[in-house]
Design a protein around this ligand. Sequence first.
Ligand code: HEC
Length: 140
Amino acid sequence: MKKILILLCVAAISLMGVEQKVDGEKVFDKACASCHIKMITAEETKKVFKTLKAPPMVEVSGQLKKNIKIVEDIDDEIHRAVVIAFIKDYVVYPHLDKSMCQAMALERFDLMPSLKGKLSEEELNAVAAWVYDFYVGKKF
Ligand code: HEC
């Protein structure tokens, strides 16, 4: 886990200050929304759980923000960059060892299929940043 975090930090720093030209939400609608519901409450999720193909993105975003901790009082901007780097990496290289899904969720859902080669670097950056930013202040 430590190694992954160090790699993510390097990736995160290289991402900081990258200009966004692509609309992350459009990338989400195109490449992610077929599996991940964009907005839903925890209550609603219980009702439709059996029909879900993947955890709702509002939940994924919140979980990652909570679970990715490097040091106690990490700078917000660096935390954001590390979470974004994680998402970007996960979309291309999903792996059980990296997944922060709860064991129950992983039993219910298969591992996410890799989207390697399906999105450009700009699209990956944009969608990962969108997954972070869109859900700020939104509750699951
Ligand atoms: C074919 C269905 C499918 C598509 C398309 C898909 N995902 Fe997933 N995704 C899953 C499933 C299933 C899981 C839960 C299992 C896992 O963690 O691998 C998941 C989990 C995740 C996780 C959580 C990893 C964790 O550790 O909690 C992230 C982040 C994620 N997806 C991002 C995306 C993004 C961003 C896109 C679009 C660019 C996308 N996914 C497209 C099926 C999909």
